[in-house]
Structure formats: structure tokens, C-alpha cells
Ligand binder design. Structure first.
Ligand code: NDP
Length: 445
């Protein structure tokens, strides 16, 4: 079977693409406003909008300020420099549909450590010198929280411009043969044209947007919320600590496994467009970090025992999610020779044809986590998000938005992935579905 270029779920229609393009930006602002200025209450924001209408909404939309642009520019330049300059082993990505094999520099852990140490050092220097005029007291992370609305607003517009740049680059100067237009401008803008866009030979744009800007901002903002609560209240509530630790464990796991991420759908199948790039540049820093954003002004005291239970359950979920990804990648890396849960793995040897007509073989693991369901790794992913949100308790619905969004995203993704694999592997995928019947939740779905 020939591997198709991009598979779009029939549900994701032209109309829903346009809706997402127009609704996501205002949603980010409303989310921030509700968390920071409306006590996390959707009803309060709704009442305000009912009273003040469109003009009220325009009034709460923060204008991008010079300080917001400065913070974003310094952060982006710092991360881009780390991506380019820090040493790292060369690793190969998976073979693309056109038969190319991208090469990356694996320096994610170093970039993560340097970023967090630099950020915490800046805070320490601020506290030690404690004077705005003092060169060393140049930056307090609290400023990021105080300018969060302006930063999100600048990110919304800046990232849209960036997606236009990707669209033009895809048409005029694609970096590889893994690029192409669907013939429809909206679809091209939304899903992207290039699979592995680069600036020069070495600066991989998707590694920057997804990993070094998006995922890194998650850790940086989690720390920021914690610091802000400390500066506001003189202490950090155990709920905030559990939330921050779990988010940091998750992001640490991500960077530890970053080279593995380069084999996943985001990088190997989804092209660089609004969906993935705007999502990582804006949606990740705002929506993914939102439970922590809520906790800043809503410290909850869980008590040591409950806090530890939630922490343990969250860490276990993150570990299982990591182990699922690790199992699949070890299995592929060793050509199906690595042990899975103490035994030789059971597998399907699936052949397929690339778009350029080359015949290739892939192994599909049918035991271990991948024998429970075809996308079991999404279960612990959703549970981990639940556990870092539950410290907010149940006074408001909004902190749970991310968990609900993630559940919908991953159920849609599992379907998209199944469709893509069916068209890639044909009868072999059918065989896998007969062997492993459930898509995500064993015995249920
Ligand atoms: P993966 O890319 O890791 O897995 C799907 C791919 O693996 C398929 O496209 C197929 O690719 C290959 N594959 C499928 N079945 C098998 C099998 N049985 N044996 C071997 N290979 C198989 O999925 P995701 O990118 O969705 O997930 C990666 C990680 O990212 C997960 O931990 C997930 O939870 C996380 N994630 C988090 C999100 C978030 O927003 N928080 C969003 C999405 C993912 P091939 O063509 O190579 O055969």
C-alpha cells in the first residue's frame, strides 16, 4: 500500500478548520482572563460578556506591549541559540513518506537544564540584589505572570505571522521533497506544506516550535506560577507544589525522551502549519499550563497525605506513558529483538510502499502495552493531566478544560492514526486490529 501524504479525519471538515482558526485565539484570551481576573469562574466571565457585549470583549483583550514582545524575543532567541550551539549526539529520524531521513542534534536535556537553571538564577539574583536599577536584578519571573495576557496576545499575532511565513516558505523554498500543496489554501495553511522545514541546514523549525519553544515554555511557566504564588503569599501551597512537580516531571520526561518524540506523529507525519506550529507556540503555553495559572490565586491546602497520594498517582501515570513510548521505540530500534515484559515480543511484519515507490518493512508490536490496545499510551497521558489538575479540587470547571481538551484531542488522534496506518499497511493493519481489538481503553473502546 502507498503511504498517503496527510490523512484528514472526515470529521475535521473545511468548516471546522475555519472555526478553529477563528475561535482558538479569542479562547486563549478568555481562558487567561477567567483564570487571572474572574476567579476561574466561567459564569463570572459569561455575565461580564452578557453585560458588556463585544465591546467588553475587546476591552479585556490585552494589547501586545513592548515588554511582552521583549520577553518573547529574549526567550525565543535564547532557545534558538541553545538549539544551535549546545553539543549533542546526531540522531536520525524515521524514514519520511518521500524516503528521506532527517538528522537531528539531540541536545534537548542540555537545553532544558540550561533554561531552568538560568531562569532560577535570574530569580535568585533578583532576590539577592533586589533593585530594578541594578544590572543583576534585571528580571523577576513574576513579571511574566504580571504580563501574561499581553504575552499571550503577542504570541497569538506573532505566531499567526510565523504560520504565514511557513506557508510562503513551503511554496517558495521547501527544505526537502517532503512538501506539497493540497491545492486548497486554507487546508495548506491549517495542516502545513512541509514535513521537515529548516532554516539553513541545521535549524529544524518543528524542533524549535514544538520542543524548544512550546514544551520548554510549559516548564518555564509552571515555575513562574509557583514563584508568583510564593511572592504573593510568602509560601507555596501543597496543591501548587504537587501541580508544579508533576508538570516538571512530565516535561523532564519529555526532554529525556526528545529524540523518541522525533519519531512520533507530530514530527514524522504532521506538517508544519497552523495546527501543529500555532498550537505549540500559543496553545501549549496557555492552555496546557492553565491548571497552574488557576492555582496562583486559588491556593488549596490538601494536607500531606492527600498531596502525596496525588503526587504518587501522577508520577506513576507519567512513568507508564513513558514506558509505552519506550517499549515501542526499543522494539523498533532492535528490530523486534528487545524483551517486552520479560519475553520476546509478538509482532507483525508489515510491508508498505513509500510515495516514491520504494518497498519498506515496518514491525508492529502486538504484545506489552501495545497488545492491550492500539493506543494504550493515551490512557496514562490523560490520567497524568487529571492528577496535576485535581489539586485545584472541584470548585470550578475551567481548570479541567485541559484534561477534557486532551481527551478529545487524543481520541481524534487515535482515529487519525488508525486511518493513516490502515492506508499505509493495508491488510497488515487489519491483522493488527484483529489481534488487538481495542483502540484506546482495553475492553471498552
Ligand atoms: P506515536 O507516534 O508514538 O505512535 C503512533 C505511531 O506508531 C503510528 O503512527 C505508527 O507509525 C507506529 N505504530 C502504531 N502501532 C504500532 C505498533 N503496534 N508497534 C510499533 N509501532 C506502531 O503516537 P503519538 O505521537 O500520538 O504519541 C507519542 C507521545 O506523545 C505519547 O506519549 C502521547 O501520549 C504523547 N502525546 C501528547 C499530546 C499532548 O498534547 N499532551 C498529544 C499527542 C501525543 P509508523 O508509521 O512508524 O508505523
Amino acid at each position: 500500500m502507498a503511504e498517503t501524504k496527510t490523512v484528514h479525519s472526515p470529521l475535521v471538515t473545511y468548516f471546522s478548520m475555519l472555526s478553529l482558526l477563528t475561535l482558538c485565539p479569542p479562547f486563549v484570551i478568555l481562558l487567561w482572563y477567567t483564570m487571572v481576573h474572574a476567579d476561574g469562574s466561567v459564569c463570572q466571565t459569561w455575565d461580564y460578556l452578557k453585560q458588556h457585549g463585544l465591546q467588553g470583549f475587546i476591552n479585556i483583550w490585552p494589547r501586545p506591549t513592548a515588554i511582552a514582545w521583549k520577553i518573547i524575543a529574549c526567550y525565543a532567541a535564547f532557545e534558538a541559540a541553545l538549539q544551535l550551539l549546545l553539543p549533542g549526539k546526531e540522531v536520525e529520524g524515521p524514514i519520511s513518506p518521500e524516503g528521506n531521513r532527517p538528522v537531528y542534534k539531540a541536545n534537548g536535556v542540555a537545553a532544558y537544564v540550561v533554561t531552568l537553571v538560568t531562569y532560577l538564577s535570574l530569580w535568585w539574583l533578583w532576590n539577592v540584589r533586589h533593585a530594578a536599577s541594578d544590572w543583576f536584578g534585571i528580571f523577576n519571573p513574576s513579571i511574566v505572570y504580571d504580563n501574561l495576557g499581553e504575552i499571550f496576545s503577542a504570541l497569538i499575532f506573532g505566531s499567526l505571522v510565523f504560520c504565514v511565513f511557513l506557508y510562503i516558505k513551503g511554496h517558495l523554498a521547501p527544505s526537502s521533497t517532503d512538501s506539497g500543496s493540497s491545492g486548497n489554501m486554507i487546508i495548506d495553511f491549517y495542516w502545513g506544506l512541509e514535513l521537515y522545514p529548516r532554516i539553513g541546514k541545521n535549524f529544524d523549525i518543528k524542533v524549535f516550535t514544538n520542543c524548544r519553544f512550546g514544551m520548554m515554555s510549559w516548564a518555564v511557566l509552571a515555575l513562574t506560577y509557583c514563584i508568583k504564588q510564593y511572592e504573593q503569599n510568602g509560601k507555596v501551597a501543597d496543591s501548587m507544589l504537587v501541580n508544579t512537580i508533576l508538570m516538571l516531571v512530565y516535561v523532564t520526561k519529555f526532554f529525556w525522551w526528545e529524540a523518541g518524540y522525533w519519531n512520533t506523529m507530530d514530527i514524522a507525519h504532521d506538517r508544519a502549519g497552523f495546527y501543529i506550529c500555532w498550537g505549540c507556540l500559543v496553545w501549549v503555553p496557555s492552555v496546557y499550563t492553565s491548571p497552574g495559572m488557576y492555582l496562583v490565586n486559588h491556593p488549596v491546602n490538601l494536607g500531606l497525605q492527600l498531596a502525596l497520594y496525588i503526587l504518587a498517582a501522577g508520577i506513576l501515570s507519567i512513568y507508564v506513558n513513558y514506558d509505552c513510548d519506550r517499549q515501542r521505540q526499543e522494539f523498533r530500534r532492535t528490530d523486534g529483538k528487545s524483551f517486552v515484559w520479560g519475553r520476546l515480543p509478538s509482532k507483525i511484519v508489515a510491508s508498505y510502499t513509500t510515495t516514491s515507490g520504494q518497498k519498506k518493512i515496518s514491525l508492529l508490536l502486538t504484545s506489552g502495552w501495545w497488545g492491550l490496545s492500539r493506543h494504550f499510551h493515551y490512557v496514562p497521558e490523560i490520567l497524568a493531566a487529571f492528577f496535576w489538575t485535581v489539586p485545584a479540587l472541584f470548585n470550578h470547571f475551567l481548570p479541567y478544560f485541559y484534561v477534557i481538551f486532551l481527551t478529545i484531542l487524543l481520541f481524534d488522534r487515535a482515529k487519525r492514526d488508525d486511518d493513516r496506518c490502515r492506508s499505509k499497511y493495508g491488510k497488515y493493519w487489519k491483522l493488527y486490529c484483529e489481534k488487538v481489538r481495542y483502540r484506546i481503553v482495553p475492553g471498552i473502546y
